[in-house]
Design a protein around this ligand. Structure first.
Ligand code: MLT
Length: 410
């Protein structure tokens, strides 16, 4: 008899977005004429930029020639041209020096942020913010690093750091001993962004407590203020205590193309049960090369084109388009009496529910009254109760229409 992994049975209901999809489908079956606008899941809507499309086509042609054909990818997940582009544009341009074999290219930050916990011991104590991107929590539950969930959906054994209006949705490090702490800036779901000072406090804390920070920077391209840190490695000492994840999904419309990378600096170590220090880079390399065969060559070329002068200009215009949407959401809903947060350095606006509604009641009311899909804040954790998230990833027309409809529905 094949025993299942019992830890999966601790997981709460379904993953958030399938549950939203189920409710939206039920609504549409009952209201087939409703023109539903989707500002729920943070999925991009603009097409790939021309520089990326050209690179995809050229790479496809290359793969059809004897000289240009490639099979399995390299063990770091991509060829030098892409890793060199990453090092130059995402790090060196911001004063950060990393080495090639510290960059692991993959098919997505969702996977990487879910898989990274595999290289850590079962007994590691995990801290997350609340609200939080559910993948960090669920993958630790699946791995058996938690107990059961309580009636608010909080798992025993995880330390939840409340992100609320009192701390600007950017909690500081805990007093308690923790081994792994997940941070996301710009933040999904609240849209808050960490300052240099707040990241410096986290780095100092991690170094003092020998903890590892798992820093998810999937939305870094949406930061508007150049003085705000885009990478945790802009903070001195971070290479000794932090792993960072970056993605092409939101910055270049790759949610369906799939390319991302994880940085595991060689200076970063963990300890064995016997107390010996081991570089985490070696463990992640072992995992990556055992479980992954590299990003498809055509996708590598597409990602590489994001760093070309045209690619930077064209993807920069897309980011600006979405950020203008975020501004319209903030201003429009703010003008309609809603209290809004985020949306200044992130494609998400975090909104307090009106009239004391619960997050899901507000979701249903906006879906039923305005035919707009949002994301209930409580789906990201109990501290998200009383909020909803609106994504700026849609057309200008749909965003304007959605904001007007939501304003009228209350
Ligand atoms: C979200 O809506 O939270 C994101 O699209 C999820 C993701 O990037 O996986």
């Amino acid at each position: 008899m094949a025993r299942i992994n019992d830890h999966y049975r601790k997981l709460q209901a379904g993953y958030l977005f399938p549950e939203i999809g189920r409710r939206v489908r039920a609504f549409q079956e009952q209201n087939p004429d409703a023109q539903v606008i989707r500002l729920g899941i943070g999925d991009v809507t603009l097409p790939l930029v021309p520089a990326v499309v050209d690179a995809l086509k050229r790479a496809a042609d290359e793969m059809g020639t004897p000289e240009g054909f490639r099979g399995y990818g390299p063990e770091l997940g991509a060829e030098d041209f892409l890793i060199d582009g990453i090092l130059e544009h995402d790090f060196r341009a911001r004063g950060v020096e990393l080495e090639k074999d510290e960059i692991f290219v993959s098919d997505g930050s969702k996977q990487d942020s879910g898989n990274i916990q595999e290289i850590f011991g079962q007994e590691c104590r995990v801290a997350v913010t609340d609200p939080v991107y559910p993948v960090y929590v669920d993958t630790n539950v699946m791995a058996g690093r938690t107990g059961d969930a309580d009636d608010q959906g909080r798992y025993q054994g995880i330390l939840y750091l409340r992100a609320d209006e009192s701390n600007g949705f950017v909690p500081g490090p805990p007093d308690a001993a923790v081994d792994l702490a997940y941070l996301c800036s710009p933040n999904n779901p609240t849209g808050a962004v960490a300052t240099r000072e707040s990241l410096a406090a986290w780095v100092a804390w991690a170094r003092e407590h020998e903890a590892v920070l798992i820093f998810d920077a999937a939305y870094d391209a949406f930061i508007q203020d150049p003085s705000l840190p885009r990478s945790i490695y802009e903070i001195e000492g971070a290479q000794e205590c932090a792993i960072e994840m970056r993605s092409f999904s939101k910055r270049a419309g790759f949610t369906g193309v799939r390319c991302a990378y994880t940085v595991v600096p060689k200076a970063l170590t963990g300890t064995t049960s016997g107390g010996e220090r081991v570089p985490l880079n070696q463990l992640w390399l072992r995992r990556h090369s055992t479980k992954f065969n590299g990003v498809p060559y055509v996708v590598q070329r597409a990602a590489g084109a994001v760093f070309s002068p045209e690619g930077r200009k064209q993807t920069g215009e897309q980011v600006a388009y979405y950020m203008a949407n975020a501004g319209l959401i903030r201003d429009g809903l703010g003008g309609a009496g809603f209290t809004c947060f985020g949306g200044e350095h992130a494609p998400y606006v975090w909104v307090r529910t009106p009239e004391g509604l619960s997050s899901w009641d507000c979701f249903d009311r906006i879906l039923g009254g305005a035919h707009v899909v949002t994301t209930p804040g409580s789906g990201f954790g109990s501290a998200g109760e009383g909020y909803f998230r609106i994504s700026a990833f849609n057309s200008r027309e749909n965003v304007e229409e959605a904001v007007a409809r939501i304003g009228k529905a209350f």
